[in-house]
Design a protein around this ligand. Structure first.
Ligand code: ADP
Ligand code: ASP
Ligand code: MG
Length: 425
């Protein structure tokens, strides 16, 4: 008997009908002879609604209480799903993250999983139950407080449980048919990818393709858990994310030169103006940011003006951390020594990802040509071995993604990509 972990995102369980539809699918997997563990997200946009509610009560809610509030969303869906399965005549039990043994560090709102001890899940399975686990949450090892794993964190719960239970596969059910060459909400001619390597998927996820969370792919690569991303609305094969290419018929799926185009409008840019051009300055700016537990993305330092010996340093970070970063830098202004800070949240990032970039000269040139032909101005550039990213004005992002997608021959000739549900929020 195989063990499968299935994760259903919020759009798949948006209402009672959705929950009943998903319940049928889960029962099918059980009837096929598998032990089934299900990780479920909060219904529809529940998490966003809870966040809005918290903001109306307090502009900066305490992390502990915020997490306690947000985890309520997944508690609702897990209980309803277990009820729907029982109604179909099968045994199911729901578990919170804490009950399922998801142990995290104590960084509220973006905790990391440090251990998974799924004893109760094993027992439930051995007794013939389908186990339903609330995604996106855990319990901190030291304080025993309830934590959340950051937005989209149910993906990580699913892969972590799959690793701990030695599952054959982790299926991620969502509102599109798999991982596409670009977000199907932006590029109608995006193409479904049959197989993608962990490396390329990691870069796409880190660059804003929210179909899979970056940490979840990191986890899957570390424990070599194959992920199958597919739609809960259709019966189609989705995208396999794994270390080795899959077979299709009697052929192996080839590694594409370019896997896809990702975009991200969730970041902001901070420019530290008038920084003395001497050793230690960048270190003290980024130490300040790190001490505030903020992750940054791109960094660029301008050439210093010869007359003044001053320079500007810009970096990007999640918009949600903008206020905290500005406050931390302001507090340290005399220690660091700078003139002023500029904050810009009207930026967007476009990234081209593909392992073939390493060996195909001209990819960078073609990328910049496509952006220039589309009249898009570039503000920051960063690259890795298999990715090129640029920051542009937010209003240019859609145009830029489409232009790059077309320029690299990624547009599909046939079907338009289907988006089955969700609000894209
Ligand atoms: P869920 O609620 O199931 O977790 P998400 O909204 O987190 O779903 O992720 C699915 C969404 O990811 C899709 O609806 C799509 O708009 C978006 N997306 C972004 N980039 C891609 C991509 N390259 N391939 C597929 N979907 C993508
Ligand atoms: N409900 C959480 C969120 O909306 C976690 C998840 O869906 O993965 O971010
Ligand atoms: Mg998601």
């Amino acid at each position: 008997m195989g063990l499968v972990v299935q994760k259903y995102g919020g759009s798949s369980v948006a209402d009672a009908e959705g929950i009943k539809r998903v319940a049928k699918r889960i029962v099918e997997a059980k009837k096929n002879g598998n032990q089934v563990v299900v990780v479920v997200s909060a219904m529809g946009d529940t998490t966003d609604e809870l966040i809005d509610l918290a903001e109306q009560v307090s502009p900066m809610p305490a992390g502990r209480e915020f997490d306690m509030l947000l985890t309520a969303g997944e508690r609702i869906s897990m209980a309803l799903l277990a009820m729907a399965i029982k109604n179909l005549g099968h045994e199911a039990q729901s578990f919170t993250g804490s009950q399922a043994g998801v142990i995290t560090d104590s960084v509220h709102n973006k905790a990391r999983i440090i251990d998974v001890t799924p004893g109760r899940i094993r027992t439930a399975l051995d007794e013939g139950n389908i186990a339903i686990v609330a995604g996106f949450q855990g319990v901190s090892q030291d304080k025993k407080d309830i934590t959340t794993l950051g937005r989209g964190g149910s993906d990580t719960t699913a892969v972590a449980l799959a690793a701990a239970l030695d599952a054959e596969v982790c299926e991620i059910y969502t509102d599109v048919d798999g991982v596409f060459t670009a977000d199907p909400r932006v590029v109608k001619k995006a193409r479904k990818i049959d197989w993608i390597s962990f490396e390329d998927m990691l870069e796409l996820a880190a660059s804003g393709s929210k179909v899979l969370l970056h940490r979840c792919v990191e986890y899957a690569r570390r424990y070599n858990i194959p992920i199958h991303v597919r739609s809960s609305f259709s019966g189609l094969q989705g995208t396999w994310v794994s270390s080795e290419p899959i077979e299709q018929g009697d052929k192996q799926v080839e590694q594409a030169i370019i896997s896809g185009v990702a975009h991200d409008t969730s970041e902001a840019k901070i420019t530290v103006v008038g920084v003395p051009d001497k050793p230690g300055e960048a270190a003290s700016i980024f130490r300040t940011i790190a001490d505030a537990e903020i992750n940054i993305d791109m960094v660029v330092q301008n050439v210093s003006a010869a007359a003044t010996g001053l320079t500007d340093i810009s970096f990007t970070l999640p918009k949600a951390e903008g206020r905290k970063a500005i406050d931390a830098l302001e507090k340290n202004r005399s220690g660091i020594g700078f003139d002023s800070l500029r904050y810009d949240d009207q930026i967007g990032k476009i990234s081209l990802v593909g392992a073939g970039m390493k060996t195909n000269p001209g990819v960078t040139a073609d990328f910049f040509t496509a952006l220039s032909d589309a009249g898009v101005n570039i503000e920051l550039i960063s690259t890795s071995e298999i990715r090129i990213s640029v920051v542009t004005r937010k209003d240019d992002v859609t145009e830029a993604v489409r232009a790059v997608h077309t320029a690299f021959g990624l547009d599909s000739e046939s079907d338009e990509a289907v988006v089955y549900g969700g609000t894209g929020r």
